[in-house]
Design a protein around this ligand. Structure first.
Ligand SMILES: Cc1ncc(C[n+]2csc(CCOP(=O)(O)OP(=O)(O)O)c2C)c(N)n1
Ligand SMILES: CC(=O)[C@@H](O)[C@H](O)COP(=O)(O)O
Ligand SMILES: [Mg+2]
Length: 633
């Protein structure tokens, strides 16, 4: 067990009021101790890491100068807010972060008054902070409102919607752009390129030095020097863009230089209207392995700080993401129309090899899910075969574009929906609980759920071969470990597969829930069907089962509401077939963070819980199915 280093100064701080009693001269020592505490804790617990190392000084400066929690800090995404959680009374619980019953993965209103807004999905902070600024103005509370957004977060359109609105209102608020030129991967986009180009330039270095002097002369010289410098900076630093949105742009300044941060923030606090502070930080700052590889240290499992993350020698069973990544490369070799699009999740979607082997057919669009869907639609209009690699939870951001740009135009866009179902550590903001419900209602979409790794590959191929919108939804992590047939074969669309012939009860399993269904069926000699397609659903199979069994039970890793089971119900209703039917899936409540296994247990998606459910159905228990499920776990 790694030891925790002594942090005598940090030990004196329970809440920011304690911090604000420290002399400024002690803050740099505090920053060192806070960085050490973060490394000690996260190297033991795992979690999001590099981003938090980059916000140590900023977190101290903001809690030092703003009267938190009265003044509102809104962290964007919130993966960088572990230092914030340490300084706001949660240091002792930090080792439990993202674990069942432990601290939430991101700021969460119910967890702390200092967590002013629940986050997890990117680029919401400016909108939320603006909402709080408006409320402060309406109530004359004098409360200040600060959004802290990363350069990755600023690649989402929503951030600009908020900037535009804030500038229009001349809102009293501060937006801090924490620019480390990284998203999870290196950041992308014209704005990011411009920032990097300018901020690496020699001219800027001298302006930065000069700017530092000028900034420290504030306030008497502030206005004159700034205006005089504006023209120069306008040529050299990108404040112009934000000034066009009505913000007073300040910076860029070194986000690890506490004295400069403090003097700049003090002066900003004297200013009215929308303020935009651009700080330059390093993702992973202060821990060399993370500085060298902020991608690897973005999210970590426990590691020895002395050694850093040591690649496992054990042969890893391929995850569903790996199955997708391998298929994409194999398919690209066979069909040069295939292009792959990711909204800033290259590593998570396992497109790294594709990016290296097909750089001209790989598109990381930034944290821009709406755009990822519609750019794919445009590609499909003119002969390309785009695959959008997107987490289920993040596809929710592009739902309007899915309907209006892909489905209405019947375009052959393939969605590789990763993290479908419960994800575990990232909690309810990241669960892929709803994609079956929100996709099966769309006309002309083919929606598939593989039961194992081989079906995943074959379904991706099936979707690629179609000339209509298609989607394959698969969970985080690995499957049952079946052999994957490199030979790609299209499945018969809309056809289910009988996996076990039994009697009395028929279990209709969707996706990876087949495994649980088969185990339970053994105990009651039930029939099991691997449904494979949620849309078009195999109506003939359903009607045959209904005609030959006393009860049908569906199981899926999606909410019961509107899920695959509902599709079965609709077939029976449409054909006026009367048979006992029960639906089993994710309950109608949010599932809190933990491991994926914890969450499946909480949701009742285990062999034991499903077996109990099936027995109760067979015993003729009341079909208050969803209510039972909601109380489950
Ligand atoms: C809507 C949405 N898409 C994707 C993600 C996944 N994600 C989490 S953090 C991150 C990168 C954020 O980059 P930045 O804002 O620059 O923060 P940094 O990690 O650099 O501090 C991404 C893409 C997300 N949380 N929300
Ligand atoms: C904070 C965020 O949204 C991402 O870092 C997310 O946690 C990645 O999830 P996976 O670990 O499942 O790729
Ligand atoms: Mg960044």
């Amino acid at each position: 067990m790694a030891e925790n280093h002594a942090t005598p100064l940090l030990d004196t701080i329970q809440i920011p009021a304690d911090l604000r009693r420290l002399p400024e001269s002690q803050l740099e020592t505090l920053a060192e101790e806070l960085r050490t505490a973060l490394l000690d804790s996260v190297s033991q617990s795992g979690g999001h890491f590099a981003a938090g190392l980059g916000t140590i000084e900023l977190t101290i400066a903001l809690h030092y100068l703003y009267n938190t929690p009265e003044d509102r800090l809104v962290w964007d995404v919130g993966h960088q807010a572990y230092p914030h959680k340490i300084l706001t009374g949660r240091r002792a619980q930090l080792p439990s972060i993202r674990q069942w019953g432990g601290l939430a993965p991101f700021p969460k209103r119910e967890e702390s008054d200092y967590d002013t807004f629940g986050v997890g999905h990117s680029s919401t902070s400016i909108s939320a902070a603006l909402g709080m600024a408006i409320a402060a103005r309406q109530s004359n509370s004098g409360r200040k409102s600060v959004a802290i957004i990363g350069d990755g977060g600023l690649t989402a359109g929503m951030a600009f919607e908020a900037l535009n609105h804030a500038g229009d209102l001349n809102a009293d608020m501060l937006v801090v752009l924490n620019d480390n030129n990284m998203s999870i991967s290196p950041n992308v986009g014209a704005l990011s390129n411009r920032f990097a180009q300018i901020l690496s330039g020699q001219i800027y270095a001298s302006v930065k030095e000069q700017g530092k002097r000028v900034l420290s002369m504030m306030p008497p010289m502030w206005e004159l020097a700034r205006r005089a410098e504006e023209h120069v900076k306008g040529l050299i630093v990108p404040g112009t863009l934000f000034e066009e949105f009505g913000f007073n742009y300040i910076g860029p300044i070194d986000g690890h230089d506490l004295p400069t941060l403090l003097s700049t923030l003090r002066n900003i606090q004297q200013l009215e209207g929308p303020q935009f502070l651009h700080i330059i930080t390093q993702k992973g700052k202060g821990y060399a392995p993370a500085e060298d590889d902020p991608v690897k240290y973005h999210g970590v499992t426990p590691f020895d700080p002395q050694l850093g993350i040591v690649p496992s020698k054990k042969a890893k069973q391929p995850s569903y993401s790996n199955i997708f990544g391998d298929w994409a490369c194999d398919m690209a070799a066979e069909d040069d129309r295939l292009v792959a699009i990711t909204p800033a999740m290259c590593e998570g979607s396992d497109l790294k090899r594709f990016q290296q082997e097909y750089p001209d057919r790989y598109f990381d669009v930034g944290i821009a899910e709406q755009h990822s869907v519609t750019v794919a639609a445009g590609m499909a209009c003119d002969g390309l075969k785009p695959v959008v690699a997107i987490y289920s939870t993040f596809l929710q951001r592009g739902y309007d574009q899915l309907i209006h740009d892909v489905v209405v135009q019947k375009l052959p866009v393939l969605f590789a929906i990763d993290r479908a179902g419960v994800v575990g550590a990232d909690g309810p903001t990241h669960n892929g609980s709803y994609d079956i419900s929100f996709m099966r209602c769309l006309p002309g979409v083919v929606l598939m759920a593989p039961a194992d790794e081989n079906e995943c590959r074959q379904m991706l191929y099936t979707g690629h071969c179609l000339d209509q919108p298609a989607a394959v939804r698969y969970p985080r992590g690995s499957g049952p470990g079946v052999a994957v047939d490199k030979q790609m074969t299209a499945l018969p669309v809309g056809k289910a597969q009988l996996r076990r012939q039994g009697q009395g009860t028929a279990i209709l399993a969707f996706g990876v829930m087949l495994d649980i269904a088969l185990q339970v069926a053994e105990t009651i000699d039930a029939t099991v069907v691997n449904m494979r397609f949620i849309k078009p659903i195999d109506e003939d199979m359903i009607l045959q089962l209904a005609a030959s069994h006393g009860q049908l039970i569906t199981i899926e890793e999606n909410v019961v509401h509107g899920g695959a089971g509902s599709a079965v119900n609709e077939v029976l209703a449409a054909h006026n077939v009367h048979v006992r039917i029960a639906n089993y899936g994710l309950p109608d409540r949010l599932l809190e963070h933990g491991s994926r296994e914890d969450m499946l247990y909480d949701a009742g998606l285990t062999v034991e819980a499903f077996s109990t459910f099936v027995a109760s159905v067979c015993d003729g228990a009341e079909p208050a199915i969803i209510k039972n499920q909601a109380g489950q776990g």
